[in-house]
Design a protein around this ligand. Sequence first.
Ligand code: SF4
Ligand code: SF4
Length: 406
Amino acid sequence: MNRRDFLQNAVTLSAAASVNVVRSEDAPPAESKPPQVFRRPFKGGLSLPSLGYGIFRMPTDEKISQELVDIAMASGVNYFDTAYTYLGGHAEELCARTLAKYPRESYFFATKMPPFMAKDPDGLVRIFDDQLKKSNVEYFDFYLLHNLQINSWADAKRLGMVDFLQKKKDEGKIRNLGFSFHDVPPVLEEIADFHAWDFALIQLNYFDWIPYHCNEQYEILRKRNIPIMVMEPLRGGLLADLGEKGNEVFKKADPNASVASWAFRFVASLPGVVTVLSGMACKEHLLENIQTFSDFHPLTDADRETIRLALEAYGASGTIPCTDCKYCIPCPLEINIPSVFALYNYFKRTENERQRTPGTRQAEQEALHQAALCVSCKQCLPKCPQKINIPAMHRKVVEEGMKRNV
Ligand code: SF4
Ligand code: SF4
């Protein structure tokens, strides 16, 4: 079955199955069951889906988000990863509303608490209670200390956050306790050794494997037998479109596979990886990912060579490694930093072949204008998990944009 046929079938079957999820007597016959993502065993006899839903990019239109959740549930994508801060603080509520029609034990609800928001030990209690209320649950299946870096880890220790959350686990309010991480390997080592963690969520993808020390982070967790959840498998969308030359290498190796599927297969083929999170903002991405994870082929040596060649073709294209996480905003000058970088990367990737239309010129001018506002106050620097020198990149955007316009 080619990709187009698969997507068409999956839409029809998922829609049918989603209606019937809680009414088993009406369940469709086995042969019409929508494709199921493969599962991996987890501690406590749990079986987790290889693909998890990142609520970070979920549309806030509830009709759309409900449809996406229904399609996901029908294909076994029943791990939902949210956080106290996502979608302007509304992600937990949105997640809870879309899951309300399903039995509590049929899905896994994951959320996170950022140390910087708690400020004092009372803050821990206030935020945790608020999360339970917003999420409309009695317990969280997975709970994470959010975005640990050297400074936030120091905050977490000062607040006694791990002890607090362990107590919540002992009370049955948390089933599995872990952390999400964005820093260098020595910091990860310290955190990994601090507690008997049930899991860890790290940024893992083939693009960052060496430069961002993904390989070392992966080994640190493997050595300690800590189950791994993956974020940023597509590196903020970059690995769904590796530029014309990079994409060409993938298409030549397998014309039916999407460029993104190579990135998902890379991480899901690594031993110790349990669930790969993806922020699927539209039906097409969700169905495409369900295809990748339901008809899963682990990477072969030849596939790894294809990825290497694609990266080589992508080469030093000079794009900015921004993942659109938005942690750096607001900027006091109101610069929309991720939007400037996304536009710059788009122009960079399509520099030679793109049409210069009035629309693209206007977008480029807007990015240039915003980048030029930067006064290098450096307030954004410690907030960027990718360690991007944001003011320096703004200067680069301005300088290169100017050159193209002379
Ligand atoms: S360095 Fe530039 S982008 Fe960053 S906060 Fe300051 S003005 Fe904004
Ligand atoms: S510049 Fe850094 S913090 Fe800002 S959106 Fe990009 S990756 Fe995230």
